[in-house]
Design a protein around this ligand. Sequence first.
Ligand SMILES: Nc1ncnc2c1ncn2[C@@H]1O[C@H](COP(=O)(O)OP(=O)(O)O)[C@@H](O)[C@H]1O
Length: 356
Amino acid sequence: MPSFKGGGSKTTVSINIPQFDASFTGTGDLFAALMLAYITRTNHNVKESLERTIATIQSVLERTAQSFPNKVYFQFYYWGIFVSQVLGFEVDAINTVQFSNHSGYGHLKGKVITEQDFDELIEGLKMNDLMDYTHVLTGYCRSPQLLSKIGELVKELKKANPTLMYVCDPVMGDNGRMYVPEEVLPIYANELLSVADVICPNQFEAELLTKIPIKDKASLLKTINVLHDRGIKTVVISSSELGPEKHLLGVASTVVGGSKTTVSINIPQFDASFTGTGDLFAALMLAYITRTNHNVKESLERTIATIQSVLERTAQSFPNKDPSALTCKEKELKLIQSKSDIENPVVKIEAQPFSL
Ligand SMILES: Nc1ncnc2c1ncn2[C@@H]1O[C@H](COP(=O)(O)OP(=O)(O)O)[C@@H](O)[C@H]1O
């Protein structure tokens, strides 16, 4: 029964809540977060806040019996999670790091998940019989030991569900510089690639994995073929410097039933560098490769359309500033504001067959 005392006058309201014949976990959290939102929006109108909160929780509980067909296990930071949820995936996320902020800022405080932390979480999932994943997506990870364990986990999960899709974003660096310890490279190259169904390195990461310098389209294609030869069905280079002026080039390639499709897309380049776009890219590709059953053209087009609209909205939130002058805080990706673009991206740039 919420009560509000403002300006000396008190308002107290109550509501009858139809009771479900089951007990749920998480409804208290939901209640508090919804009340926070509605008390803010209505400036402490407790009647409206309570009504909307209860209406929301009632509809969530009514819908709780309908479950999503896909359940993703995430080993990640936060950017991809929202996107996957908006696109209809149930997500169990393990944050590989619990940091005060991302690494683009000048200072970084917090903790990296240890192997023991990881083992405990997996033990709990197993004890409760919760390992029924359809997808695994891994990203930012600084520990070679932990990565190795993830490889073992993926093998185990695939044994239980042979159709499970493992999307590996081998997050190691960008523009010629590694930002995780060098020791993770052999683990990606020797242990994770062999279990990956989809891999989405950027140009630098693809070079590290194959030891092929990418100087032109021929070396890019060679790199993709080497990755396919290691048994990876779908290889996506999230960005390379081989695009036309002021454009990046993204490439996606898939081998289905012995026949290969490779497409590329010109990505208009913003005059700024953003953090989190790689995470976003991997989560979007996972969703669209699943929805389209490895149609790389459509997947790449929708992924790029979504990211472009997020970056446009991010850059436009400070219209009087040159994008290159934006601070780290100003460049935080405007994900929540882009929810409807994430749900329904408008494809403006078509991917083309990749040819030399
Ligand atoms: N400056 C930029 N301008 C336009 N698009 C960008 C820019 N930076 C990143 N992106 C988008 O984000 C995607 C992933 O970024 P990329 O740099 O390849 O990944 P990572 O962050 O892992 O290095 C690219 O495919 C591109 O669509």
